[in-house]
Design a protein around this ligand. Structure first.
Ligand SMILES: [Zn+2]
Length: 295
């Protein structure tokens, strides 16, 4: 049986056909332009592919509640042309089951089903790129509630001397506002990859991320934390973050997982196919249980 995967991102739409075991048979990238023309092209690509269902992992915020009349509709996204656009409108005529989740929830489930978190049931996946977002799997299922997790917007304590005006339009001291790739560019006038040698940059970055992560650990009790996204290509961040998380927890939690921080806080394992494998995991898990059959 074959499945379709759509990783809907702000700059590109990755469309793929995979076998149920995760073998990629076909894959294309379609640049993200206006919603109408982009989604038309995406739908046309999937037409006639003989797929049993389609997993969609999308940027957000987006309505995930299947009972809602607005299921699949993007909300106050910074990509203004896509605001209040129904992402599934042009996919429904394909007449196959569609599973929808956030891009980060998809990535998290992908790691749980196919990647480095296989066998675990409670996992957090944090992406640190242009923005910061977290996907969350609890009891083997991605977390959706009144909306979906927006863990990039938790409050962190601003470090003394950091005068950056937060890049989040809503919060002066959230982790996305102070530690996303966009925040790094605003603070130093250069992209993360040009700042590799600046120890102060990564010390501050690791501190904000570790504050947030220590909070996630206390609230969610994840068995593993996967850190992905462009900023995390700076490999030196990993040891710094582990050390600071350890310091912020200050010995309060004593678990086997926390004794092996290298395994506990780790990079993603699925390389370039993470997004589409996440989509495959989404549609497979949706069709194993409850199926949403689109008309
Ligand atoms: Zn914010």
């Amino acid at each position: 049986m074959k499945y379709g995967a759509l990783e809907a991102g702000g700059t590109k739409m990755v469309c793929a056909v995979l076998t149920e075991d995760g073998v990629v048979e076909e894959k294309v990238r379609i640049p993200t332009w206006g919603p109408q023309e982009t989604m038309q092209e995406v739908a046309a690509w999937f037409q006639g592919k003989d797929i049993a269902g389609l997993g969609v992992a999308a940027f957000g915020p987006i309505v995930l509640d299947e009972a809602s009349a607005r299921f699949g509709t993007l909300l106050e996204t910074t990509k203004t042309a896509w605001r209040y656009y129904d992402l599934l409108a042009q996919l429904r005529p394909l007449g196959i089951p569609i599973a929808l989740d956030t891009d980060v929830n998809g990535a998290c489930l992908g790691e749980v089903v196919y990647g480095c978190a296989r066998g675990l049931s409670n996992v957090l996946y944090l992406t640190v790129g242009t923005g910061i977002g977290a996907g969350l799997v609890i009891h083997g299922k991605t977390v959706q509630g009144m909306l979906h997790p927006e863990a990039g917007h938790v409050r962190v304590q601003r470090r003394e001397g950091d005068t950056l005006q937060s890049v989040c339009a809503y919060h002066e001291n959230c982790v996305e506002g102070l530690a996303s790739g966009t925040a790094i560019r605003a603070r130093y006038g250069a992209d993360a990859e040009c700042l590799t040698d600046r120890d102060d940059v990564w010390e501050l970055e690791a501190d904000y991320l570790a504050q947030a992560i220590a909070g996630y650990i206390c609230v969610l009790s994840p068995q593993k934390i996967v850190l992905g996204g462009g900023v995390m290509h700076q490999k030196k961040l990993f040891p710094l973050i582990r050390e600071k998380v350890h310091a912020y927890l200050n010995g309060y939690l004593v678990t086997e997982e926390l004794q092996n921080m290298e395994r506990y806080i780790c990079p993603p394992s699925l390389g370039d196919n993470q997004g589409i494998l996440g989509c495959l995991a989404l549609i497979r898990s949706a069709t194993d249980g409850k199926i949403r059959r689109e008309k």
